[in-house]
Design a protein around this ligand. Sequence first.
Ligand code: HEC
Ligand code: HEC
Length: 198
Amino acid sequence: MTAAVASTAAAPLGDAAAGKARLDEARCPECHGDDGNADNGDGVGNIGKFPKLAGQRADYIVKQFRNFRSGERQNETMTAMAASIGDDQLLDIAVYFSSLPHMGGDGAKAAAGRRLFAEGSAERGIPPCAGCHGPAGKSIQDGSAPVIGGQHKRYLKKQLVEWRVGERANSPGGVMNGVARRLTDEEIEALADYVSGL
Ligand code: HEC
Ligand code: HEC
């Protein structure tokens, strides 16, 4: 049976069972984990560096992968990985990771980022993150924003910093550069802390 892409109403992009089988030959689990939670310790300080893919939107996984391939998103490791599998494999693998239970945090993080996440700041021109990423950061059905709730803090922080300086510039219409440009170091720290606990 073909598993539906849980996070979008569109027809499934690929087949989850086929994707699971393809992982025997692809290297993804080495860094992103067998269960997509990227918590496999390697003893050399990589914890939190690799993003979780469990329950991520399949369309988002596919887009990022293609962005690494085209150079629109820069990362040495993922540029090499993106050349290692073809599009047919990618679609099945993306649907497989997407079919896994949503990534989740321990919920015990400091709440300093909660207000900014839920309400934004009208006077500073910061839109509420929840408006696009969903109230618990698990994305919303008809948007294009990825699941971020429960993602590794270290990874979240790196993305927000890279967006602020423009090192990552692949969001539609530059939306995330516009958001991150207005955030202070303290706010990025608080948001990454709060969001990783969701
Ligand atoms: C050797 C380690 C390694 C392997 C193997 C690897 N990745 Fe990655 N992947 C990374 C790192 C590191 C990042 C984060 C890059 C950054 O910081 O921007 C990443 C990011 C990603 C992202 C972006 C996630 C997001 O939330 O934006 C996707 C999608 C992805 N990888 C898919 C894959 C797939 C599919 C495979 C297998 C074909 C794979 N990766 C294999 C290290 C790896
Ligand atoms: C108007 C919609 C919108 C708002 C508001 C928004 N985002 Fe995003 N965000 C997006 C989209 C779309 C992407 C995916 C970009 C891409 O395709 O690379 C994204 C990506 C991200 C990512 C990268 C996730 C990953 O796996 O690499 C992080 C982290 C993030 N947003 C955090 C935030 C935070 C924190 C806020 C609030 C301060 C916020 N966003 C507000 C639309 C939004």
